[in-house]
Design a protein around this ligand. Sequence first.
Ligand SMILES: [Zn+2]
Length: 165
Amino acid sequence: MKALKYLAGYPQQVQARVHDLIEQGRLGDLLANKYGQAHTVRSDSLLRNYVQAMKDRHLRKSVPLGKVIYDSKLQVMKHALGTHTAISRVQGDKLKASREIRIATVFRDAPAEFLKMIVVHELAHLREFEHNKSFYQLCTHMEPGYHQLEFDLRLYLTQREIAQP
Ligand SMILES: [Zn+2]
């Protein structure tokens, strides 16, 4: 069985089930049916408004936002989903001033739900550096379906690589 890098942290039986869906050629349709809705947040300035609005709703008292941009150099796995460290997050004095949020460009074309999920993730990092319990509590406070969305995002990224290797 080919390793599924986006799902490496999930149990073997989950990975096996996903592998079956891929073998049967069903993963793409399944995701398209569930997440058919594109979003209109197509530019950096629209992204900034979007992030700011969500921050105002949920984290008004946290540090002000710095630059908010789509970044084509960001690798989703390395920077957005689980492997970044506290060191890269804690920026010394900058911590008190304002915080930059970079969103991988793949989310510009991704379904609306996944953009929301990754923005929730990055906003939660304004308060919590690590992926710890409080971090995920904050995520689910902002988006109750957070865990399902993160899992489905991993499916989406897996499918995307299969479709365009
Ligand atoms: Zn993170």
